[in-house]
Design a protein around this ligand. Structure first.
Ligand SMILES: [Zn+2]
Length: 276
């Protein structure tokens, strides 16, 4: 999340980067790595070869409007390609992520315990809000936290790439494998149809930790790439790439340096590869 503004729906969920911090992280990356597009990344993965230069591909999850208003203009200026992973239920502010509901209630009513409620308790949050006379629909209509169809169209026309991030952002460990597969393929296919995409990519909501081999065997033949958030690690599952989460209260340079350091340390004890 990049913004200089306060927010009532995610302030307790993500460490937020200011515009200046984001720009300086990008400048650091550009100094040491070559930005590549999703197409190049897919080709590189298919070829199984190492890139000639150290490179990076930027991705952003959750499909929030700040990607259109703040992030994309900066990336265009610096000529950096990126992929935005989107929850299909939230496009056009149709629905609100259950964690945002929890954050809103926690903020409004000083009830931090709300943040512990899991995906399965979303109905409870809806009932609580109703009791408190707080309307999530009014909040969605007034704040418009998510990207709209026309904004996504514009991003795609500008050369940015998009992918699925599940339908409504459940924690995959909490749902059945059948539902994991449905959430994955449906979200990707809705975007492919709606925005006429010729590639299929997906990033796991929260984490791919604990996802079984069987899941990948089902979805891998149907997708070009999937993305986890386990940091700098090798993944033995073909087509599943791990990303370095940049949402920390530290400078990008510090995050990247410690990722390299941990990779080397984990390699020494054989823990730098994810096996399933
Ligand atoms: Zn997410």
């Amino acid at each position: 999340m990049v913004t200089n503004e306060e927010s009532e729906h995610f302030n307790q969920l993500y460490p937020i980067k200011t515009v200046e911090e984001f720009k300086s992280d990008l400048d650091f990356l550009l100094k040491h790595f070559k930005p590549i597009s999703l197409d190049e990344l897919i080709e590189l993965n298919k070829s199984g070869k190492r890139p000639k230069k150290n490179c990076f591909h930027l991705t952003f999850d959750d499909g929030l409007k700040e990607l259109y208003t703040i992030v994309a203009p900066i990336l265009k200026e610096k000529k950096i390609p990126a992929t935005f992973f989107i929850n299909t239920d939230f496009i056009d502010n149709q629905q609100l992520f259950y964690r945002f509901k929890a954050n809103l209630l926690a903020e409004k009513y000083a009830a931090t315990g709300m943040l512990d409620l899991p995906y399965g308790e979303e109905k409870t949050m809806d009932m609580l809000a109703e009791t408190l006379d707080f309307s999530f629909n009014d909040y969605l209509a007034n704040e418009q936290p998510y990207l709209t169809t026309s904004q996504i169209n514009e991003l795609v026309n500008d050369g940015f790439t998009i992918g699925g991030h599940s339908i409504n952002h459940p924690l995959y460990k909490d749902i059945t494998e059948e539902e994991q597969i449905r959430q994955t393929l449906e979200s990707v296919n809705i975007l492919v149809d709606k925005f006429k995409l010729n590639y299929k990519v997906f990033s796991f909501p929260f984490t791919d930790d604990g996802i079984k081999k069987d899941f990948y065997m089902n979805v891998n033949p149907l997708l070009d790439l999937t993305f986890g958030t386990a940091g700098l690690k090798t993944d033995l599952t073909p087509k599943n790439l791990q990303r370095i989460p940049m949402e920390e209260n530290r400078k990008g340079i510090e995050i990247i340096k410690s990722q390299y350091l941990y990779y080397v340390l984990k390699k020494l004890i054989g823990k730098n590869t994810i096996k399933r």
